[in-house]
Design a protein around this ligand. Structure first.
Ligand SMILES: C[S@@+](CC[C@H](N)C(=O)[O-])C[C@H]1O[C@@H](n2cnc3c(N)ncnc32)[C@H](O)[C@@H]1O
Length: 236
């Protein structure tokens, strides 16, 4: 659905139908998806500035423009993780011949398996990217415990990058959109800032905090998007 909205070609009729339904309900959904990708780019640039050279991108999504390995210098390592076999096989094909990035099949609900399989040095700083993925984990799937496990494995100087769907100024509409996802692979769980703060427990939440995605260190004028919250935490 997301790939279709971003103008990609890696989607199926069921994705297109559901995406059109969701976008008809929230006309700025497509702008929100682009704003989310723009946040990914800005946050990776920010981490690079702070010396991070290892990235663990969980819930990578179908290969789309501006993937993390295209944003980092050759000496940086990128590990993509997704639980969708279609995503993993497409990403693996795309990365054939790319020396500093690999794709693994892995499930955020099993963080120990991801940590064991990722060819990264967890004694050094790592950027853990949880971008537009945690809203697919209802509380019953224990997202807070899984993210706590990731935080625990992160060395000092590591960063947690998070973006997450929220109702923003579109409460009624967004709750309808969440219903569309009832027939998708995973439900969509919209959370507010107070509910998201525990994901950053023990980390320093960096300026400007957990904010609407377009307010996170903007580097160009973008139409404001309120339905995605974004933030970056640092482990000291
Ligand atoms: C909306 S896409 C986000 C893509 C990318 N991170 C971005 O923000 O542009 C969400 C991705 O998360 C993946 N995903 C959802 N639940 C997951 C889980 N439990 N473990 C790993 N990947 C998951 C989906 O397969 C999908 O590819």
């Amino acid at each position: 659905m997301y790939d279709y909205a971003l103008g990609g070609k890696e989607n199926f009729p069921a994705d297109r139908i559901a995406a059109e339904r969701a976008m008809a309900m929230v006309p700025d959904a497509r702008a929100a998806f682009f704003a989310n990708r723009s946040f990914l780019r800005r946050s990776v640039a920010y981490l690079l500035d702070r010396g991070v050279r290892q990235f663990l991108d969980i819930g990578t999504g179908l290969p789309t423009q501006g993937n993390v390995h295209e944003l980092v210098p050759p000496d940086a390592q990128v590990v993509y993780v997704d639980y969708d076999p279609v995503v993993v096989s497409h990403a693996s094909m795309l990365l054939a011949g790319v020396g500093n990035a690999v794709t693994l099949a892995g499930d955020l609900r099993r963080p120990d398996e991801i940590l064991a399989a990722a060819p990264l040095d967890f004694r050094r700083p790592v950027g853990v990217l949880l971008v537009a993925v945690l809203h697919f984990l209802p509380d019953g799937e224990r997202p807070f415990a899984h993210v706590a496990r990731l935080r625990e494995a992160m060395a000092p100087g590591s960063h947690l990058v998070l973006s997450h769907g929220t109702t923003g100024d579109r409460a009624a509409r967004m709750n309808q959109v969440a219903k569309v996802y009832d027939s998708a692979t995973a439900p969509l769980v919209l959370r507010g800032a107070a509910e998201l703060m525990p994901f950053f427990a023990g980390l320093e939440l960096l300026d400007p905090g957990l904010v609407p995605v377009t307010d996170w260190r903007p580097d160009a004028a973008e139409r404001p998007v309120s339905i995605i919250l974004a933030g970056v935490g640092r482990k000291d």
